[in-house]
Design a protein around this ligand. Structure first.
Ligand code: CAA
Length: 282
């Protein structure tokens, strides 16, 4: 099976970034969301990002030519001829199941259905379809045009062919795929991220160090591109708390009692997207 057209469901930060990366790689792309407001915002962000990449000579094709390959729509009808679909809707299990059910009905029978979920088990999502062997996790990182890593997460149902097509696709997108051997909550990277958040949180809550001091250690000793609290703000503190809960409730990691993150979410201080989290954003 040759992939010619990629469908993306959800035009949020991850969805529009994934659509952009797919179009840069030469695929025809159709991105679907529930409102033209979301789609128009996504379009502007893709154009901004493509312009930046073009100015820096990180892409050679003109942004308008790449944009010509992206179709925006509020209807799943545009998924009728998609060969590979990547879902990037909010992390709500019932919503994901509904999207996959719909995609299963509308896409051609050969199409692979991937989820960008960072925590929901792929086997649960696959069970919403009649093509469990063609459902897989393809977990991108924010911002998708810049971040090289993609976690490839097969479930117990995923076929070898689906895995190899997805690995190939990630390479065509110029990404570095890491294939998980077993389906584990939080996959690999978010389990590491959880440990970093837990220790950072514990140190601040027990007054061993300030938020800024912990972040300085992460940047200047661990050489991370962002401090741990800074990265949490960037990811979204609601997303970070959800990740934390999903991994802990699965019983596969120990909890660290720390309320700093939870309190921020209760105060609706969600990080960059709300203008305030551990830091303030203009
Ligand atoms: N498109 C194109 N260019 C972009 C871009 C985008 N979407 N986002 C950033 N850039 C460019 C900027 O324009 C900038 O270019 P110049 O250097 O020419 O000005 C360059 O990238 C660097 O950006 P900034 O100067 O704004 O800041 P920075 O040096 O800190 O880089 C960053 C930004 C790339 C985000 C970097 O801080 C970084 O790598 N941070 C870590 C991000 C990370 O870990 N992401 C994963 C989060 S976890 C997740 O997503 C998954 C999950 O499951 C929760």
């Amino acid at each position: 099976m040759m992939i010619k057209k990629i469908g993306v469901v959800g035009a949020g930060t991850m969805g529009h970034g994934i659509a952009e990366v797919s179009a840069i790689a030469g695929f025809r792309v159709s991105i679907v969301d529930i409102s033209w407001d979301f789609l128009n915002r996504a379009k502007d962000k893709i154009i901004d990002s493509l312009n930046k990449l073009y100015e820096k000579k990180q892409i050679s094709e003109k942004p308008e030519e790449i944009m010509n390959r992206i179709e925006f729509s509020v209807s799943y009808e545009t998924m009728k001829d998609a060969d590979f679909v990547i879902e990037a809707v909010p992390e709500i299990i019932e919503l994901k199941k509904k999207v996959f059910e719909e995609l299963d009905n509308i896409t051609p029978s050969h199409a692979i259905l991937a989820s960008n979920t960072s925590s929901i088990p792929i086997s649960t999502i696959a069970e919403a379809t009649k093509r469990k062997d063609k459902v897989i996790g393809m977990h991108f990182f924010n911002p998708p045009p810049i971040m090289k890593l993609v976690e490839i997460v097969p479930s117990k149902y995923t076929s070898d062919e689906t895995i190899s097509m997805t690995l190939d696709l990630a390479k065509k997108m110029n990404k570095i795929p890491v294939r998980l051997k077993v389906e584990v909550p939080g996959f690999v990277s978010n389990r590491i991220f959880l440990r970093l958040m837990q220790e950072a949180c514990r140190e601040v809550e027990s007054k061993e160090a300030t938020i800024e001091e912990v972040d300085s250690c992460a940047r200047y000793k661990l050489k991370l591109p962002m401090g741990i609290f800074e990265l949490s703000d960037y990811v979204g503190l609601d997303v970070a708390v959800d990740l934390w809960k999903v991994i802990i409730s699965s019983g596969t990691a120990e909890d660290v009692k720390c309320t700093l993150y939870q309190k921020k979410v209760e105060m609706k201080e969600l990080g960059v997207k709300s203008g305030k989290g551990f830091y303030t954003y203009p």
